[in-house]
Write a protein that binds this ligand. Structure first.
Ligand code: HEM
Length: 403
C-alpha cells in the first residue's frame, strides 16, 4: 500500500479487490485508520476505517446515495438501491414481518432440519474419507435452503439458486474499473442475474394464481401489487434471494473456523450455550463479512470528516475495519466472547440496515448448537484461505477429527 497526500487529505494506493486484502487485510486497515477519518484511494474512491464516519455515511442516504453503486448489482427498483425513505420503506415493509422475531421463530424447526441433514452428510464424509470440506457441504447450502423455503420454491432448484448467487457474488471480484464488455466474472454475473430474473418472473406469475404464505406471494398479493410492475417485483425478490446467501454462509464459515482453531472457545460454549449469541456477534465484529459498503455522493456534494466531496464522488465505508476501531472497542484486535456488548456495523446502519439480521442470527445459532451436539472435535488439514475482501469468508474448510 503506497501512502501519499497531505495531513488534511492523506492518499493511499490500495487494491481492495486484490488477493492480499482478501487473505489478511488487518494491517492495511489499521494503517488506513491511522492516516485519518477520510482517506483518498488513488484507485478512485474515498475510504474510511473509522466507525463514527462509517455511521455518518450510512445515516445520510440523500447525500451518500446508492446511485450507480447498488443498481448495477441489484437492478433498478430494488429497495436496497433506493435513497428515498418512503419509497424504500413501502417495499421493505412488504417483507418486514417475515424477517422479524416472530416470522423467524416460525422457521427454527425447518432450519434445524436442514442443518441436521447437512451434518449427516458431513459426518458420513468424515467417517468414509477421514476429511470433509465443510464449506460446500455445510456452510454454503444452509442459508440457500432456508430462503428458498421462505420464497416457496421447490427444493430441486436450490443447487441452481446457490450457483446463481455465487456468480452474482463474484461478479466484481476481478477488480475495478470493470471492463463491462469483456470481464469474465461480470459477464457470468450478468447471465446469473438474467437467469434468476426469468425464474422469478415465472414464480411471480404462478403465485398470482396459486397464493401461499411465501415471500413471492407477499408482494404479488400486497397493496403495492397494483402499482408495482412484475419486473420490479422480480428485482426485489432477487435481492432477497441473493443478499443472505453468501453472507450467512461466510458467518457459518467463521464459526466452523473458530471451532476448529479455538478448542477453548468451543469448550466454553458447549458448557454454557447461553454464550452462543454473543460469541457469534464477536465473530462478526472481529472477522467481518461485508467489509465495505459503497456509496456515491448525490446532488450538491457533501461535507464529511471536514472534507467537501463533490457530486459523483465514490465512497467506501469500510465497516469491517470499523469493527476494530479502538475509538469504539477496547483492545479491538482481540477476540473475546465476554466483551461488553456494543452494536457493530456488520449488518450496516441506518436506512439500509440488513433486513435479514434476525434470520442470519437464528441460522448461525442453530448451526452452533448442532455442531456442538454432534460434530466431534476437529482441526484443519490445510490452511484456511480467503478469496474476497469485500465479502470475506473462508474459501475451503477441510477438517479431520482431532480426538
Ligand atoms: C451474516 C449475514 C449477513 C450480513 C453480514 C449482512 C450484511 C448486510 C449489510 C452490511 C447490509 C447493508 C448494505 C448497505 O448499507 O449498503 C445489508 C442489507 C441487506 N441485507 Fe443483509 N446481511 C446478512 C444476511 C442477510 C439475510 C439472511 C438476508 C435475507 C434475505 C439479508 C437481506 C438484506 C437486505 C434485503 C438488505 C437491504 C436492506 C435495505 O435496503 O433496507 N441479509 N446486509
Amino acid at each position: 500500500m503506497k501512502v501519499t497526500g497531505t495531513m488534511q487529505t492523506p492518499s493511499v494506493d490500495i487494491n481492495l479487490y486484490g488477493p492480499e486484502m482478501a487473505e489478511d487485510p488487518w494491517a492495511s486497515l489499521r494503517r488506513i485508520r491511522e492516516l485519518g477519518p477520510l482517506v483518498w484511494n488513488e484507485r478512485g474512491q474515498w475510504i474510511t476505517a473509522h466507525d463514527r464516519v462509517c455511521r455518518q455515511i450510512m445515516n445520510r442516504p440523500l447525500e451518500a446515495t446508492m446511485k450507480g453503486v447498488m443498481t448495477s448489482t441489484f437492478g433498478e427498483g430494488a429497495f436496497i438501491t433506493m435513497d428515498d425513505r418512503d419509497a424504500h420503506n413501502a417495499l421493505r415493509n412488504v417483507w418486514v414481518s417475515a424477517f422479524g422475531t416472530r416470522g423467524v421463530a416460525s422457521l427454527v424447526a425447518f432450519t434445524r432440519q436442514i442443518i441436521e441433514a447437512r451434518l449427516d452428510e458431513a459426518l458420513a464424509a468424515l467417517e468414509a474419507d477421514g476429511t470433509v470440506d465443510m464449506q460446500p457441504v455445510f456452510c454454503r447450502p444452509i442459508p440457500a435452503y432456508v430462503i428458498a423455503h421462505m420464497m416457496g420454491v421447490g427444493e430441486d432448484v436450490i443447487p441452481t439458486i446457490v450457483e446463481w448467487s455465487d456468480h452474482l457474488a463474484t461478479g466484481t471480484s476481478s477488480g475495478h474499473p470493470i471492463d463491462y464488455e469483456n470481464d469474465f466474472y461480470w459477464l457470468r454475473a450478468e447471465k446469473a442475474r438474467a437467469d434468476l430474473a426469468d425464474f422469478l418472473l415465472e414464480q411471480v406469475q404462478y403465485r398470482r394464481a396459486h397464493p401461499d404464505h411465501g415471500l413471492i406471494s407477499k408482494i404479488v398479493h400486497s397493496d403495492l401489487a397494483a402499482t408495482t410492475p412484475d419486473a420490479q417485483m422480480v428485482v426485489n425478490l432477487r435481492q432477497l434471494l441473493f443478499a443472505g446467501n453468501e453472507t450467512t454462509s461466510n458467518w457459518l464459515g467463521h464459526l466452523v473456523h473458530i471451532f476448529g482453531t479455538r478448542p477453548d472457545v468451543r469448550a466454553e460454549l458447549d458448557a454454557d450455550r447461553s454464550l452462543i449469541p454473543s460469541a457469534l456477534e464477536e465473530m462478526l465484529r472481529w472477522l467481518g463479512i461485508v467489509h465495505a459498503v459503497p456509496r456515491m455522493v448525490g446532488q450538491g456534494g457533501m461535507e464529511i470528516a471536514g472534507v467537501h466531496l463533490p457530486e459523483g464522488a465514490h465512497i467506501m465505508a469500510l465497516i469491517g475495519a470499523a469493527g476494530r476501531d479502538p475509538e469504539r472497542y477496547d483492545d479491538p484486535d482481540t477476540f473475546d466472547i465476554h466483551r461488553e456488548p456494543k452494536p457493530h456495523l456488520g449488518f450496516g446502519f441506518g436506512l439500509h440496515t440488513c433486513l435479514g439480521a434476525i434470520l442470519a442470527r437464528m441460522e448461525t445459532a442453530q448451526a452452533a448448537n448442532a455442531l456442538l451436539d454432534r460434530m466431534p472435535s476437529f482441526r484443519f488439514v490445510e490452511p484456511v484461505t480467503y478469496e474476497s475482501y469485500m465479502l470475506r469468508g473462508p474459501r475451503r474448510l477441510v477438517i479431520e477429527r482431532a480426538d
